[in-house]
Design a protein around this ligand. Structure first.
Ligand SMILES: [Mg+2]
Length: 400
């Protein structure tokens, strides 16, 4: 929870640096001089796009909001690319000009950990492990956020293939992007091995087995040094039976979704599936919840509070920039979250407690995963599509 608190407690002093790392620089000039006291957050898949095709009315809705100077962001559990690339793709598909200020991806809040809350928590110059994504695309994203020392499981495998011999079948793949490392495991002195200071699952792992092995090695290590095994593991006199009590790196996941909708006719396992698998291995190794042993980790992404906090801070920045010449900026009172997934979009908006006192109102649309009936999380309203949702919200906020 310490790390969750770290994410939560990051405030304005880090915003400018985080903005730079996310490529956020552009200024919008609305045609209207009225200042809305509300804003929008849109999920992407099933709301604006479906199977990469625009949903009718989506482009018109975003254009209208831009024209009216009503702030909005796209809030997605997707990722794997830098915000600049992601937003360029969406702009092209919808034919609406968007810039990186308009998007929050699952891993965007990790950018705040580059500088941390203070010098000791800053990860900028620490060595971090980044798992997930194609090749080392997520390493490149992390580097653009400002992390200076990023290692992938593929680097570790190529430096010492005996760490997980079954990945030798994928050597050509790993060879295509792996970077050289100092010795991974100290051959004479185990404490001289590679030290990792934090573990980030940025996106869905492509090689669950290698990633599971490397993450388990680090969680069981002493001080995050590869090739070591903590002597505290399994000691009943210590908290959590000694597990994760010996300076092991904190573990972060960016996206809790167990399933996601892909081209196949049935949903596919998402990053949440990988996490469950890892938790299963962890429980089998340590004794797990039956023995009172947990896996300490931080999970962000919708529906969790830190992601909504980050999104709201971004909306506030966009709003301040849009109305930079206003003498008196009224507080942001309402944010309409438009989503197709009751479990993430609606649950997240309903559960969110704003730091600035805004009220998040959830609107469920029928163009994605929700297929009628009583939703598991009750939205403020249900709309046929995003255009109807925006119309409802504008009316509700008496914006004509
Ligand atoms: Mg969706």
């Amino acid at each position: 929870m310490r790390h969750l608190t770290a994410l939560r407690s990051l405030r304005l002093s880090h915003i400018a640096r985080t903005e730079r790392s996310l490529g956020l620089r552009l200024v919008h000039t609305p045609s209207s001089t009225r200042i809305p006291n509300f804003a929008f957050a849109f999920d992407i898949d099933g709301v604006l796009l479906r199977a990469s095709k625009p949903i009718p009315g989506a482009a018109e809705s975003l254009s209208l909001l831009k024209e009216q100077g009503i702030p909005f962001i796209l809030l997605t559990n997707g990722g794997g690319k830098h915000e600049t690339e992601r937003v360029a793709e969406i702009s092209e598909k919808l034919n609406v000009t968007l810039d990186p200020t308009h998007i929050v991806q699952s891993h965007s809040p990790f950018a705040e950990l580059v500088k941390g809350v203070d010098e000791t928590s800053a990860l900028e110059h620490k060595r971090i492990l980044v798992a997930g994504g194609d090749g080392d695309s997520c390493r490149l994203v992390a580097e653009r956020y400002g992390f200076k020392n990023v290692v992938t499981p593929g680097d570790i495998f190529m430096a010492n293939p005996s760490i997980w011999p079954f990945s030798k079948n994928y050597s050509d793949y790993y060879k295509s992007f792996a970077r050289p490392l100092p010795p991974v495991s100290g051959s004479q002195d185990p404490t001289m091995g590679l030290k990792i200071d934090a573990i980030f699952v940025f996106n869905d792992p492509r090689d669950w087995a290698l990633d599971t092995q490397v993450i388990m090695d680090l969680l069981l290590s002493s001080n995050g040094v590869m090739g070591t095994l903590s002597e505290k593991n399994g000691r009943p006199d210590l908290p959590n039976h000694g597990y994760q009590q010996d300076g092991q790196p904190p573990l972060y996941f960016s996206n809790p979704d167990l399933w996601w909708a892909a081209a196949y006719h049935l949903p596919r396992l998402g990053q949440g599936g990988f996490r469950e698998a890892l938790e299963g291995v962890w429980a089998a190794t340590t004794g797990g919840p039956g023995k009172g042993i947990g896996l300490k980790k931080t999970v962000i992404g919708k529906p969790y509070q830190p992601t909504y906090e980050f999104a709201e801070r971004q909306l506030l920045r966009n709003r301040a920039r849009t109305f930079m010449h206003a003498t008196d900026l009224p507080p942001l009172q309402r944010v309409y979250m438009v989503g197709d997934n009751p479990e993430s979009d609606i649950r997240g908006a309903n559960s969110y407690r704003s730091e600035v006192g805004s009220s998040w109102q959830s609107i469920l649309v029928r163009t994605g995963v929700y297929n009628g009936g009583e939703p598991v999380w009750t939205p403020r309203t249900i709309a046929d599509d995003v255009q109807r949702a925006v119309e409802w919200a504008l009316k509700s906020s008496k914006w004509t």
